[in-house]
Design a protein around this ligand. Structure first.
Ligand code: FES
Length: 215
């Protein structure tokens, strides 16, 4: 998916040389406010399960020719923006415990076939287990996995009672646990990717820079 900020700052979906306005469809679904910022739109696209349907509705709308618009910020793949996905500080013990229960159901429990810096190749896939940093890009075909942190069956029926909490990709149903490890038997072949990152102090993460480079 390619989105952009165009003309007077409106968010749009770019497809085949056309821009489909996104704000109204997302606002009608109650996912953003009218005249939302790009950050709010990206956040809704990345984290709201209803966003996919809203984007589909936006595609039915009247497009603007991309050539006639002023493109302020085309973004190739919005979920590829580095994403600090979760702060587990308040629930660290519970989260670590939940991660440890289902290795036998995972495709790559030890992250041997998946992409992450060496320093995150541990049980929590993190430098500090209370902070998880993942790319919000499904390793199947690049859709936006949703945060589905609550354990147990979901009201929309896609997650069953044995769900331990994690990330769910609505495009083809791939499931990842709370450290981004992919469950076996879903289309995604590998765990969610972890970018290089480092801490400057206890409260600040620099994403895109290894600790060694950030020393
Ligand atoms: S893109 Fe996520 S399951 Fe296909």
């Amino acid at each position: 998916m390619k989105i952009c900020c165009y003309n007077d700052g409106a968010p749009g979906l770019i497809e085949d040389g056309s821009i489909y306005p996104l704000n109204d469809a997302l606002a009608e679904a109650g996912l953003v406010r009218a005249r939302a910022s790009m950050a709010e739109v990206i956040d809704a696209l990345a984290n709201q399960s209803a966003a996919a349907a809203a984007v589909a509705r936006a595609r039915q709308g009247k497009p603007v020719a991309a050539a006639s618009a002023r493109l302020l910020a085309p973004i190739e793949n919005p979920p590829a923006i580095w994403a600090a996905a979760a702060n587990y500080r308040a629930h660290q013990t519970e989260m670590i415990e939940r991660i440890g229960r289902h290795d036998d159901k995972l495709a790559d429990p030890g992250s041997e076939k998946s992409r992450q810096p060496e320093y995150t190749k541990n049980a929590a896939r993190a430098i500090k287990p209370e902070y998880l940093v993942l790319l919000g890009v499904c390793t199947h075909l690049g859709c936006l996995p949703q945060n589905r942190f609550a354990a147990g069956a979901s009201t929309d029926g896609v997650l069953t009672a044995d769900w331990p909490g994690g990330f769910f990709c609505p495009c083809h149903g791939s499931k990842f646990d709370l450290s981004g490890r992919v469950f076996a038997g879903v289309p995604a072949p590998t765990n969610l990717e972890i970018p290089p990152y480092s801490f400057t102090d206890d409260a600040h993460i620099v994403i895109g820079l290894d600790q060694a480079e950030n020393a």
